[in-house]
Design a protein around this ligand. Structure first.
Ligand SMILES: NC(=O)c1ccc[n+]([C@@H]2O[C@H](COP(=O)([O-])OP(=O)(O)OC[C@H]3O[C@@H](n4cnc5c(N)ncnc54)[C@H](O)[C@@H]3O)[C@@H](O)[C@H]2O)c1
Length: 292
């Protein structure tokens, strides 16, 4: 165990729930915070389902599942984060949203609490400047789905103290994850490489080079990817994909990162992928059906 006992999580979406799941399973007390109890309850239901799946697949015992669930509390009151030793912000990938959250969360936190962000792309140094604790702020970037994916990227801001970094590294090790360290540049390592590939797949669709099915099949069987790039985009969330491309485009000022207009169109339509029921595939029926 690290010096962390209580973990606060901001955002009960895909990532917040996954992080809550692995923290609770590793023995931490978890306080999950989101805007409404409706979102918290939907998040807790997801965690329930995912923990149950781990029991059915023999990765966890029924007692461990019950114990993990009992460690997670949900609330829409930010004051409930006051006991946290570490707060991981996993809210929407939007700098304005995140800055506003830090303004609300920081006054509630213990003075020595560490605040981390799960951002996929935004500057850690710039986000740190919206907190009262730049030296105790950093990026702890989990991969989706959190209970399955082994990697966590750690990113220091310019002011992050060594003790903050070491504590985060020890904490991640207790979750049985492998750490990689990235410098604070747009989208860090994984998404700097992955998202332009996904964006290119969307251009390939946009230009009519192939259908959704052709593109995903090509990359699965031709490049040995476990999932096609369009399927993966739906899984990540098309709004998140677009935000990351915009951060790369603006942050690196290179036209090669220009978000595909078709990605923009899907996001404008509210077709955000799996989480909204439709993206490059329609998930509302028994099996996903390509939308183009
Ligand atoms: N989706 C991925 O594959 C992935 C992978 C790694 C990291 N991330 C990062 O994790 C973060 C969350 O992504 P996600 O996919 O879970 O998004 P999501 O849309 O599933 O969830 C975001 C949650 O944040 C909540 N939220 C928004 N504003 C809030 C506020 N002011 N206070 C409290 N909660 C608020 C929303 O209600 C929602 O429940 C983003 O920064 C994203 O870039 C995503």
């Amino acid at each position: 165990m690290s010096t962390i006992r209580n973990v606060g999580i901001v955002g009960a979406g895909q990532m917040g729930c996954g992080i809550a799941h692995v923290c609770a399973a590793a023995g931490y007390k978890v306080q999950l915070y989101d805007l409404s109890m409706e979102r918290i309850e939907a998040g807790l239901a997801t965690i329930h389902g995912n923990l149950a799946r781990q029991v059915s697949s023999g990765k966890m015992s029924e007692e461990e599942r019950k114990a993990a669930l009992s460690r997670i509390k949900g609330s829409n009151d930010v004051n409930d984060l006051s006991q946290a030793d570490l707060v991981i912000e996993a809210a929407t990938e939007d700098e304005t949203v995140k800055r506003k959250i830090y303004g609300q969360v920081c006054p509630v936190l213990k003075p020595d609490a560490i605040l981390a962000t799960n951002t996929s792309s935004l500057s850690i140094t710039r986000l740190a400047s919206a907190t009262d604790r730049a030296e105790r702020f950093m990026g702890i970037h989990f991969m989706n789905p959190v209970p399955v994916m082994k990697l966590v990227e750690l990113v220091r801001g310019i002011a992050t103290e060594e003790v903050t970094f070491t504590t985060a590294k020890e904490f991640v090790a207790t979750l049985d994850k492998t750490v990689t360290v990235a410098e604070d540049f747009p989208a860090f390592i994984v998404n700097r490489i992955l998202l332009p590939m996904i964006n290119e797949a969307i251009y390939t669709l946009y230009e009519g080079v192939g259908t959704v099915d052709a593109i995903d099949t090509a990359m699965k069987l031709g490049a040995n990817h476990p999932m096609g790039p369009l399927q993966l985009a739906d899984f990540i969330g098309l709004d998140t994909c677009l935000s990351i491309m915009q951060v790369l485009y603006e942050g690196l000022a290179d036209s090669k990162y220009r978000p595909c207009p078709l990605l923009v169109k899907y996001v404008e339509a509210g077709w955000l992928g799996r989480k909204s029921g439709r993206g490059f595939y329609d998930y509302r029926g028994e099996v996903p059906v390509p939308t183009r």
